[in-house]
Design a protein around this ligand. Structure first.
Ligand code: PMP
Length: 361
């Protein structure tokens, strides 16, 4: 039975993309070779990575002064790499602490810099986006996580942080792992964006990095692999790139483009989130976990008010073919991840199960 895949990541990919990718595992574009066995220097792959780069630029409206990279090491390596590479004047990085992933970014950055926490919602168990940003010293950059995959909170407006960065001369850095390509936004407010692929981009294995070249300085003392300039100079081919992951990312970006781009994707995502949260709020058995105004469009976190009903709800979800809605172990409850490829029909199936539980409980 085809599952309704609510997994937080790796997560659902468009069915047509998986079909095409599986055909290409056997025979890539009638070459008689599998995508898994071609050289990354072959024309076949160079065309693929060039198209992935071009589609990223087109969909996100990226001007020429930025570089698009497909790296490895996940978003987790970027926590360290961005702190290491950004040109230093004060030496300090400012961070917005919104839970697990930003906390990890802070931990890594501390290894190479002084950092300050400019805002945090830790005291409230990360159930909202902190609104008060306080910078009591000069910072080189301001880092935040646009969507908090585990807690289910999201920055819906980047303008405040972008204004702060502009007025203080700080670069703006964002971990967009779980909401890039989910909506339109003004990329030019950012100096560096990174995102692990395994949500809205493609399968795990590659990490998208979008970087304004002018924020880097000549730093020959950095480890070669950890220097963005290495990858810029070699067009993401300094060493063997994750060929399959980049290929499927390219197919997924083509799928987004063919649907009509990010404005259509955004509309679909808003529709799904709207009906999902409406049911969480309407159904007396369930409660949302985070503040309403900061709820994520991608990851809806909620819990059953009566924990004793969990076993029954889990069994009903299982029979309906609903997969991957258990909340992260650090938060508990449930999490419905509604990435781009998840259809509104899958959300409706989950809502129907929630209603059914209400009828029989
Ligand atoms: N940041 C966010 C927002 C994430 O959701 C994740 C993983 N789910 C990460 C960073 C870590 O990504 P990776 O596993 O690619 O290192």
């Amino acid at each position: 039975m085809k599952q309704h895949n609510f997994s937080a990541g790796p997560s659902i990919l468009p069915h047509t993309v998986i079909e095409k990718a599986s055909k290409s595992v056997l025979n890539l574009n009638n070459t008689g070779l599998s995508i898994l066995e071609i050289s990354h220097r072959s024309k076949g792959f160079v065309d693929i990575i060039n198209e992935a780069r071009k589609l990223t630029k087109e969909l996100l409206n990226i001007p020429n002064e930025y570089e698009v990279l497909f790296l490895q090491g996940g978003a987790s390596l970027q926590f360290y790499m961005c702190a290491l590479n950004i040109a230093q004047s004060s030496g300090t990085g400012g961070y917005i602490d919104t839970g697990t992933w930003s906390t990890k970014a802070i931990k890594e950055a501390k290894k190479v810099r002084k950092i300050i926490i400019a805002a945090s919602s830790k005291e409230d168990a990360y159930t909202h986006i902190p609104k008060n940003v306080i910078l009591n010293e000069k910072i080189d950059y301001l880092h935040f996580t646009s969507n908090n995959t585990i807690y289910g909170t999201q920055f819906h407006d980047f303008s405040k942080l972008s204004d702060i960065a502009k007025s203080t001369g700080a670069k703006l850095i964002c971990d967009m792992s779980s909401d890039i390509f989910s909506k339109e936004f003004n990329l030019q407010s950012f100096d560096l964006i990174y995102a692990g692929a395994q949500k809205n981009i493609g399968p795990a294995g590659t990490t998208l990095v979008i970087i304004k070249k002018s924020i880097l300085e000549e730093r020959n003392n950095l480890p070669t692999y950890l220097n963005y300039k290495t990858h810029i100079d070699k067009e993401s081919m300094f060493n063997t790139p994750p060929v399959f992951s980049i290929y499927v990312a390219m197919l997924t970006l083509r799928w987004i483009k063919n649907l009509g781009g990010l404005s259509i994707i955004e509309k679909n995502n808003n529709k799904k989130a709207k009906i999902m949260y409406a049911e969480i709020d309407r159904n007396p058995l369930f409660s949302g976990i985070v503040n309403i105004e900061d709820r994520s469009i991608m990851n809806a976190t909620f819990s059953l008010n009566n924990k004793k009903l969990e076993t029954r709800f889990d069994a009903m979800c299982h029979s309906a073919g609903i997969s991957g809605i258990k909340g992260h172990r650090s938060v508990g409850g449930y999490r419905a991840s509604m990435y781009n490829a998840l259809s509104i029909d899958s959300v409706s199936v989950l809502i129907e199960v929630m209603k059914q539980l209400e009828r029989i409980a």
